[in-house]
Write a protein that binds this ligand. Sequence first.
Ligand code: GLY
Length: 401
Amino acid sequence: MHMTLLKQAAFASAMLLMAACCDRSNWVDKALDDALIQALSMAKQLENLPGQLPRTASPEGELVTSGSDWWCSGFYPGTLWLLYQDCGDPELLRYATKFTGRLHREQYNTSTHDLGFMLFCSYGNAWRATGADSCKTVLLNGARSLSSRFNPAVGCIQSWEAWDDFHFPVIIDNMMNLEMLLWASEAGGDTLPRHIAIAHADRTMQCHFRPDYSSYHVVSYSPVTGEVEFQGTNQGYSDSSAWARGQAWGLYGYTMMYRETGYDRYLEQARHIAQFLIRHPRLPQDKIPYWDFDSPAIPDDFRDSSTAAVMASALLELSRYVEGEEAAEYFAVAETQLKTLASPAYTAKRGTNGGFILMHGVGNVPQHSEIDAPLSYGDYYYVEALLRYKNHPQYTDPCAK
Ligand code: GLY
């Protein structure tokens, strides 16, 4: 079938599904409905592209895909599982199951640190939704593959393969891969993945952060002595700058580490990072960060919707672990971010944007890649944040009597 017809069919079935769901007139349910329509339209496109998973869209709005080995492969299946959690629709379940299966071989991939992103967003959410043993097996194998990149002399998992003087590079993003290890110890009974996750989080706290609690993107170590050999960036504006998404990965990562371990040091770290972000003089009023807080082009520079989505999701969780004005402030910042993302300034018109939900993400500026473009991780953390918002104790349902 022609792609436009496929999109129309997806639109019609999503409208029927929404009508069956409930009264969804408030902004957050409307945002979830927008997400649902886009996600289903993307599913129809992907059905005809065997083995492929969404990556971004071209400037003309055509879907651009990748194989399962790209670090973003798990986000779209994960988005389907999150939406399924909200709506319980069998069509979502069918698609989520189908596209999650496309990552099956990655459980044995030992060449990347991104297995947490890839497998925990896809199979992890599948396991939460279904409890299937087959998902548990994939995740335990994935945790073993990820653990194989740990070096005890450094106390970290290696992010990228070594090159030139970078003998053991570790990036702040890697904090996001630790949740699968903590889960694996709980589910599989082997304490090693948990020890690895804690060691990695502790060393990262020591070596990635500056006195103001901003973080370097890359720290490279000697794999023999464990000494720090380099602190700087690869994806940010400069070695001393605060690359925005990296700050959000750190915030999310330490909040998650506190949830999973109960260790106060992780809660304190997350609170410090949150303060750095929300007090930053170059965080705009609508709370959508520029791609790097230190870009000299600000205010004439790109905002990054994906950073806002990750940050909102993390702040909503962190606000549950603190009290009083601090909790209220984290909730309020996340609410502003979500309302801005849900507005036409950032949410794509239904049936456009290659099927992605959000516009205006920033992938990699130094590589000139995916700038002002839709990003599958922006969509994933946006939907996660909307659900965290809706289920938050501070949320008041405008329709509640
Ligand atoms: N993990 C790569 C990125 O955040 O762009």
